[in-house]
Design a protein around this ligand. Sequence first.
Ligand code: ADP
Length: 243
Amino acid sequence: MSAPVIALKGVCKAFLTDDIETRALDGVHLQVQRGEFIAIAGPSGCGKSTLLGILGLLDNASSGEYTLAGTPVANLDNRARAALRNREIGFVFQAFNLIADLTVEENVALPLQYRSDLSKREAQAWVKEALARVDMSHRARHYPSQLSGGQQQRVAVARALVGRPTLILADEPTGNLDSRNAELVMDLLAQIHADGATLCMVTHDPRSASLARRTVSLFDGRVVEDHLNTGHRADRTTVLGAR
Ligand code: ADP
């Protein structure tokens, strides 16, 4: 079996403000295998965003170990971390975070900008393919402001998957959408999972969480529950050729 995509051992994160220490994460152990789709749940303030930030190499753990796709991340310098993040991780945010003065296709192309292993022609083909996967090819030359929220999030999903990352991290991906668009975006994520992606999603929405194969619940910075969901739609634990 290949190395887990995510291996966390005793990960802690403390924030110090005005001499008061908050332990946002307090000894998190977690393994996620290639092809899994997990939901990270728990009440506000339990550490979900902090965990996602560490998983996404946007922040460092205070202690403990994080190994991403076989690479221990603790001692990487900033440049190596950025390169690893760019190659291995795609992000989907609650607020879409598209760049307003770039077109849809320019936004989707952004993660490929630093990929010296791809020719320009390959990069263009990958952008085209990503837009087709989220059914947004017909809006390639539009700007984000010309799209609905649901369409913007589909473009953000294309940007997350364009570089064929090992891991896709989604932070409340349906939080800014009405129920119909939320459902469309969740169907899309479920499809991407069925196609082989490994996904970790923070969500408050039980319907979104139920699409994941597994739910990891946090409370006060600790994993208090880790269970397989019954009756979810994307029932696949092993996946072929995720990259
Ligand atoms: P969640 O995403 O589950 O709502 P967070 O990860 O945002 O929780 O926060 C976990 C805890 O860490 C909270 O008590 C929060 O106030 C604290 N926290 C998060 N980020 C910071 C920060 N940059 N500085 C100080 N405290 C923080």
